[in-house]
Design a protein around this ligand. Structure first.
Ligand SMILES: O=P(O)(O)O[C@H]1O[C@H](CO)[C@@H](O)[C@H]1O
Ligand SMILES: O=c1cc[nH]c(=O)[nH]1
Length: 245
């Protein structure tokens, strides 16, 4: 079987799929972290892989950027491939000064300027929240994962749990809007989490989101490409641990 956007045969995906926005991050995770990984889809360059992590079967696939793209891939995975657990692993731009570069954010809820989820609630505002058990597993793994441990003890990055803002746009958010988001308790901005939580609710599957802070929008600081790779491997290992317990 294939769908308009996924060319994999039946059974090609594991029940749990990690979802980075960047398909090349999916490939990096498959080749560097998974055992026996094989490519299962490549339609439009959105790469998907299935392999194993500590002996448990797991998949990883890119989603592209933005809510509409996430909506397509998450829906097709849940509806046509029997996927029951979807975990976004993405980058984000922090807007709260308590959150630093490289920190992890386990998303507890996502506000959004996207209108997509309103279709689920007759035009009203949808509460875009993740699955509690998956979210708890992410928090526990982030706090104990060897990938996130420093040689001196403790963690290499701080793990935050909180609200983020899913934006339809990467560019052009005025500083006044970021001020409002910060004042109303949002830790960071990104572009897919609320869309994923909406699909999970309508398809009856579990979803969660784990983010690495790649940019700080208050101070205009950014991780280098090399640092992104190291930071993202910690995030990927935490998510792999959380979905394969
Ligand atoms: O790193 P990923 O997962 O792509 O996530 C973030 O990066 C992209 C923007 O550069 C958007 O998709 C945003 O949500
Ligand atoms: O959406 C995003 C992702 C990373 N960094 C940002 O500033 N925004």
């Amino acid at each position: 079987m294939s769908t308009p956007h996924i060319s994999a045969p039946d059974g090609a995906f594991a029940p749990s799929v990690l979802l980075p926005g960047d398909p090349l991050r999916a490939r990096w995770i498959a080749t560097e972290l998974l055992s026996d990984a094989s490519e299962v889809t490549e339609v439009r360059g959105i790469l998907g892989y299935t392999g194993s992590w500590r002996g448990r079967r797991v998949s990883v696939m890119g989603t592209g950027m933005g809510v509409p793209s996430m909506n397509i891939y998450a829906t097709e995975l849940a509806r046509h491939y029997g996927v029951t657990r979807l975990v976004r692993i993405g980058s984000c731009g922090a807007i709260d000064d308590r959150v630093g570069l490289r920190d992890l954010i386990v998303v507890s809820g996502a506000s959004t300027d996207s209108s997509v989820n309103r279709r689920l609630v007759a035009g009203h505002d949808f509460a875009a929240t993740p699955d509690f058990a998956l979210t708890r597993a992410l928090v526990e793994r982030a706090e104990t994962s060897p990938a996130n441990a420093s040689p001196e003890g403790g963690s290499t990055s701080i793990t935050h749990v909180g609200r983020v803002f899913t934006s339809d746009t990467f560019y052009g958010q005025p500083a006044s809007e970021l001020d409002l988001l910060r004042a109303s308790g949002h830790l960071a901005v990104e572009m897919e989490a609320a869309g994923l939580f909406g699909v999970a609710a309508s398809e009856g599957v579990a979803a969660a989101a784990l983010l690495t802070v790649s940019d700080h929008l208050n101070g205009d600081t950014h991780l280098s490409a090399q640092e992104r790779q190291v930071g993202f491997s910690a995030m990927a290992e935490v998510a792999l641990d959380a979905v394969t317990v």
